[in-house]
Unconditional design. Sequence first.
Length: 88
Amino acid sequence: MGKSLSTPIRGPVDRTRYPTAPDASPIAEQSLDIISSILEDPSPGLVEIKLRLRQCVAAYPRHPELALLAHLLETSSLVNPKGGETLP
């Protein structure tokens, strides 16, 4: 778990300075890994996505699972403003 997590606005921060809650569940740790992967991706097309994700991380400090959920819900509403298609 040596990955770093970006601050709510920008820049890398050691994960020890942005820990999950002491009683964090495995889903919180997995969410933090997913968030880190997105924020560390060098793809230039992810600039807006990363900014929105950082805002969600700032809104839910120490709760990466809630930050990731908020990000996914927000992204879904932007991509599918009318509710999108239903799954088969």
